[in-house]
Design a binder for this molecule. Structure first.
Ligand code: C5P
Length: 407
């Protein structure tokens, strides 16, 4: 799946890794022994915990026999192991993740061992939801998925196929081998940007006409924030230059807030010398009003004519002057087939990669949590499926890591 794994099997990262497998009350819990076996075969050390709901589908005895150690419980000889396990685990897998458990986790509830481990751990947490399509698509479940993602957990889309009810649809747990491969990839990526300076531009800019009115775009900053969070998770030193957004700054990221394109240019320019990777996901307004009124412009019957000046192209300016030993990535939001435009930008702005998407496609572009993008370089084009923005961010960073290694 990733370039960094092209020459190394991502599963290699599993050898010796400390994994916590949390199993929750979905019928797909019957596959949990298969997941456990697959992780153990990869060479991981695995601790297992079951929620009460999960014990209806699998037994602690069977899992303990496979793991060669007891399944972990909340009160073991009077003490709870949640802090110890939270610290011990390199990675926490919730597989399968039931709707009920995701609701609890999204609310910060820790009435079961797994819930309190999630509250206490700072290691990556991966959720693999499995349930009937109707349940998965329920608004409250989707709200919980969003909250979990905003918290920094990785929630993978379930697979399509035959469900326990006999219906075909979205909601299947991926096969054990796939879950193992994903765990290996996440572990392999963990430190692959350690200490690398990464500069991210995100969000819209606002070009004020007067103190209360501005020209802008519907960009929310989600893609840029996902990139910043993913890079920080891989050990990078991240500076995030952000236009106005309502998003929480990701953990471990230095945020520099700006409003206009001119301010963004200044902030990006100041951070540029320290950056080996530049990811420009900001939706910079192309024009700004030639005059900015110092007071609110009054309504009149006559038409108002506003004259606009072109804004600087921040990326073209910075990449044009000095990009030696840097990897520079631009984003292209198009309203139609994107490749020709993306290639022009690659050439004219002097970029290593362009991540292009058609913002008119449902589920892609502005104001949504998912995106379908193509990653375009001089000699390659790769079309990714519709994915959560956090996953798109990881795959873009995989390409960046491969390019950095080649520089
Ligand atoms: O707007 P356009 O499609 O040209 O954007 C392509 C890339 O250039 C994006 O990465 C965007 O953030 C960047 N850009 C910029 N300054 C502008 C316009 C776009 O840095 N004024």
């Amino acid at each position: 799946m990733s370039d960094c794994s092209a020459d190394e099997d991502p599963r290699a990262a599993l050898a010796g890794a400390k994994l916590l497998l949390g199993i929750t009350g979905s019928i797909a819990a019957v596959k949990a022994p298969g997941i456990l076996t697959s992780l153990l075969r990869g060479g991981a050390q695995v601790e297992v915990t079951l929620t009460r709901g999960a014990t209806r589908f699998v037994t602690a005895t069977g899992l303990a026999a496979l793991a060669g150690r007891p399944v972990r419980r909340f009160w073991e000889e009077g003490a709870s192991p949640h802090l110890e396990l939270a610290k011990w685990a390199d990675l926490v897998l919730v597989a399968p993740a039931s709707a009920d458990f995701m609701g609890k986790a999204a609310s910060g509830l820790g009435d079961e061992l797994l819930g309190s481990i999630l509250l206490a751990t700072r290691s990556p947490v991966l959720f693999f939801p499995a349930m009937e399509t109707l349940i998965y698509q329920h608004r409250l479940v989707q709200d919980n998925v969003r909250r979990l993602r905003e918290t920094g957990y990785r929630v993978f889309e379930p697979a399509r196929g035959r469900l326990a009810s006999g219906e075909e649809g979205l909601g299947r747990l991926p096969e054990p081998g796939e879950i193992t491969a994903i765990a290996g990839e996440v572990l392999a990526r963990r430190r692959d940007l350690a200490g690398v300076g990464v500069l991210v531009g995100a969000g819209p800019t606002r070009e004020h006409l007067d103190p209360v009115r501005f020209i802008s775009s519907p960009a929310t900053g989600k893609m840029g924030y996902a990139l910043a969070a993913a890079a920080a998770g891989r050990g990078a030193k991240v500076v995030l230059v952000s236009g106005p957004t309502l998003l929480e700054p990701p953990k471990g990221v230095e945020v520099r807030r700006v409003t206009s394109a001119v301010q963004m240019r200044q902030a990006m320019g100041a951070a540029w010398p320290e950056a080996r990777v530049v990811l420009m996901a900001a939706a910079v307004a192309d024009f700004r009003p030639a005059q900015v009124a110092g007071h609110k412009i009054k309504k009149k019957d006559a038409a108002l004519t506003v004259s606009l000046l072109p804004n600087p192209d921040i990326l073209a300016e910075l990449a044009g002057t000095d990009r030696s030993a840097r990897v520079v990535v631009g984003f292209a939001a198009e309203t139609g087939p994107a490749e020709a435009e993306a290639r022009r930008k690659l050439r004219e702005k002097g970029l290593d990669l362009v991540v292009a998407n058609d913002v008119t496609e449902p589920g892609a572009g502005f104001e949504v949590d998912t995106n379908r993008v193509s990653i375009i370089s001089v000699d390659r084009r790769e079309d990714l499926p519709m994915l959560p923005k956090a996953e798109v961010a990881e795959l873009v960073l995989d390409r960046v890591v491969a390019l950095l290694r080649a520089k």
